[in-house]
Design a protein around this ligand. Structure first.
Ligand code: WT7
Length: 636
């Protein structure tokens, strides 16, 4: 585990202002926390009753088959009923669901009524392609509104969406299509990001050109950029233009009645070993959890304009761009492109133009924008902001201060939300009235029982570092790894029997505030993105010159961590700057541009334990010139 980060000051407190308290829906956090913790099932049942159900549950929690928990057993719902249908049938019909800004400056305004109309049509398009309840659909798109529309259309008919982030490349996409056995892929001709054109359709074509073939028979292509693409029309593969299919589809579609525990989506994320795993979330518990956490933490009101600057392709986007904001009936801003394109004030111009009141982003983005200086935000009227948010990795106090002072004008509390793909929603997070400590997600959310433990699973005293575990189930938890229950149980519930193991190390201070230190498994957070060392190493080893590889993360000022690769070459290959460059590009090509290593080094040997495991910890210490620690297991 790592050393204390001295930059974090556990005694520095920012109290909420009287204005913040006056506006907050939850004024007495401690009272709500105490009541919720005393009876978690009652708390969640109350949250659930704020949503529509076709049939009420008869049991809030079934924990008879641990760790396979069930929530709202017997309940019938569909997340789309709560996210779209109920608004489209109410006075919110003409309220904006989304304001969209393209990187090229184009704009779209989409009401809840229009959203419902498009979701219905696309649901019928999918049905027309033979997509049924339980079938998987891979969505690989840029940041256009058709991405949430496609997700919602899947959910509406009971199909399982699998969104693959548009920054992933051919092999990563193909692996996810194969693993999920998707029937249909929904994509765009291309996407604009930071002035570049991403050839999404070409990447899909390359991913599907493989042996054994994928089960994909149909590809739907939304025309965003107008780039010329090849449209297949063959026996085993048909491509359809989104707009043509939509024109032909009916706008009337019944929402499928789903069991609370029926799957809603799978989402791939990296773990310490093997290939990325598909976490599965459900219609019932996930709805309740994301709806309620969002409502409490961002304290949304009718007049809010909310902007989560993440990508819908990650869990942040699933939960807090698509499902929770829509269930809460708020207006969200979606921006297609890069944060500093064409100039470093692009984001601030968007906040000013649409009068954004809540801005939720990641430390890496803040650090990136911070580099350009405070004159850029100063050029814009940011007075509409009332709350800020952060997610993805610990926010360093320097970035916290910059965000707080220059963007929030020292008025807007920062909701630092700790959670994971696996948790579905916020786990350790303040609400607006909670006193803040820069760099801490404050305390566990209502009903969440966290504990920091040592190797043996015993709680450690305050201020000591240990493994972050969660003691009780919560409705938003992933139910399993799709198709691999055993791996789910092993990965999350076996390290500390009976508890959920997060993979993070943390400290709790004397006030009960949690300070996340970082991953203790072989997972790297790079610019907030999650990679397994195993997948990066296997990308390196897939190169003909490489015999063996080890990957570590080293601290990076903007990205949090940067990827460093160490390789042993096969005989007949020689170290050269060209080869090292080729290896970096090879990883970018196989996994995605965001996974491009900062540096690849050629070495004669890798430090290993006698049982043959690479000692990444030692590589890391050596690279940073730090003490090597315990090397008794080293075989050299
Ligand atoms: C890992 C989960 C959940 C949305 C995005 C990430 C790190 C996440 C914080 C935070 C410190 C954080 C943890 C966690 N992390 N949020 N506020 N403070 N660390 O989801 O890709 O599944 O990654 O991100 O290490 O385990 P993810």
């Amino acid at each position: 585990m790592s050393e204390t980060n001295q930059a974090f000051d556990h005694s520095l407190v920012f109290n909420p202002s009287p204005e913040v308290i006056a506006r907050a829906r939850i004024k007495d956090w401690d009272a709500v926390k105490a009541a919720a913790d005393a009876d978690p099932q009652k708390y969640w049942a109350e949250c659930a009753s704020e949503l529509d159900w076709y049939q009420t549950w008869n049991q809030v929690l079934d924990d008879s088959k641990k760790p396979f928990f069930k929530w709202f057993v017997g309940g019938k719902t569909n997340i789309v009923q709560n996210a779209v249908d109920r608004h489209a049938e109410s006075a919110r019909r003409n309220k904006l669901a989304y304001i969209w800004q393209g990187e090229d400056g184009s704009e779209r305004f989409m009401s809840y009524g229009e959203l419902a109309h498009d979701v219905n049509k696309f649901a019928n398009v999918l049905k027309g392609l033979g997509v049924n309840r339980g079938d998987r659909v891979t969505i690989y798109m840029g940041r256009v509104l058709e991405l949430p529309i496609a997700m919602l259309a899947c959910a509406k008919i009971g199909a399982i969406h699998s969104v693959v982030y548009g920054g992933f490349s051919v092999d990563a996409l193909r692996g996810r299509i194969q693993d999920s056995q998707s029937k249909v892929v929904v994509t765009c001709d291309g996407a604009y990001v930071s002035g570049k054109h991403i050839d999404l359709k070409d990447i899909v074509d390359a991913a599907l050109y493989t042996d054994p073939p994928t089960p994909v028979k149909d590809v739907v292509v939304y025309k965003r950029t107008g780039k010329e693409v090849r449209m297949f029309n063959e026996e085993n593969r048909r491509d359809h233009w989104w707009h043509e299919a939509m024109n032909a589809a009916s706008s009337v579609c019944e929402t499928e009645v789903m069991d609370a525990e029926d799957p809603l989506f799978i989402l791939y994320t990296s773990g310490s070993t093997g290939k990325p795993k598909a976490l599965l979330h459900t219609h019932g518990g996930y709805s309740v959890y994301t709806y309620a956490t969002f409502r409490a933490v961002f304290d949304v009101q009718e007049d809010d304009r909310y902007w989560c600057a993440a990508d819908p392709g990650w869990i942040t986007g699933h939960s807090y761009i698509v499902y929770a904001p829509l269930m809460n009936g708020v207006t969200s801003v979606v921006y297609e492109g890069g944060p500093s394109y064409p100039a470093p004030d692009r984001w601030w111009s968007i906040v000013a133009k649409y009068r954004v009141s809540i801005l939720y982003t990641a430390p890496t983005a803040i650090r990136g924008l911070m580099r350009f200086g405070a004159d850029w935000p100063k050029k814009h009227d940011l007075s509409s902001l009332r709350l800020l948010g952060s997610v993805g990795e610990p926010i360093n106090p320097e970035a916290w201060r910059w965000f707080y002072e220059n963007i929030g004008n020292s008025r807007c509390p920062i909701m630092d939300t700790w959670w994971q793909t696996e948790t579905g929603g916020f786990m350790i997070t303040p609400t607006p009235v909670v006193p803040l400590k820069p760099g801490s997600g404050t305390r566990p959310f209502f009903t969440i029982k966290a504990e920091i433990v040592d190797d043996q699973g015993n709680a450690v005293p305050p201020e000591s570092e240990g493994y972050l575990t969660i003691l009780q189930p919560w409705p938003g938890m992933a139910r399993t790894i799709y198709g691999d229950d055993q791996r789910y149980a092993d990965t999350y519930w076996s390290r500390f029997p009976g508890r959920y193991f997060t993979g993070d190390s943390a400290r709790m201070d004397k006030d009960g505030y949690y300070w996340i230190i970082g991953r203790v498994d072989d997972v790297l957070k790079v610019s907030g993105y999650r990679f397994g060392t195993a997948e990066l190493e296997s990308a390196l080893v897939a190169h003909p010159a490489v015999a063996e590889a080890a990957v570590i993360g080293l601290p990076h000022e903007v990205r949090g961590n940067a990827i460093y690769g160490y390789v042993l070459l096969r005989t007949g290959h020689k170290d050269s700057p060209e080869l090292r460059e080729a290896l970096r590009n090879h990883v970018a090509k196989m996994v995605g541009p965001i996974a491009k290593p900062e540096k690849v080094e050629v070495v004669d040997r890798l430090p290993k334990t006698r049982s043959g495991k690479i000692m990444r910890r030692l590589l890391k210490a050596r690279a940073q010139g730090l003490p090597e620690g315990d090397i008794s297991t080293l075989e050299e």
